[in-house]
Design a protein around this ligand. Structure first.
Ligand SMILES: [Zn+2]
Length: 88
């Protein structure tokens, strides 16, 4: 007599949540500056703010930029794959 086990797995994908937006932050890397861009969903405006900072403060031309998003994991096409196995 044996016991059968059923292993089920599904293919998943990850992407940006449809109701979420990408936000950008930036900070100037010039020594002792401390300028930071508050998180914004307007990426072009974020880039513009960095360039404006450089225009006002020559030499402040390096920034750390980060983008953030909310991600969502979903099953790919609702497809699932099952595999039967045996366990003793
Ligand atoms: Zn700066």
């Amino acid at each position: 007599m044996s016991t059968k086990a059923l292993f089920t797995y599904a293919v998943h994908r990850i992407g940006r949540h449809p109701e979420a937006e990408v936000t950008m932050t930036a900070r100037c890397l010039a020594a002792a500056c401390g300028w930071e861009l508050a998180p914004t969903g307007d990426l072009a405006a974020g880039d513009e703010a960095c360039m404006t900072h450089t225009g006002l403060h020559p030499g402040h031309d390096r920034f750390e930029r980060q983008w953030s998003e909310v991600s969502l994991v979903t099953r790919a096409n609702g497809a699932t794959v099952s595999r039967a196995g045996s366990a003793r």
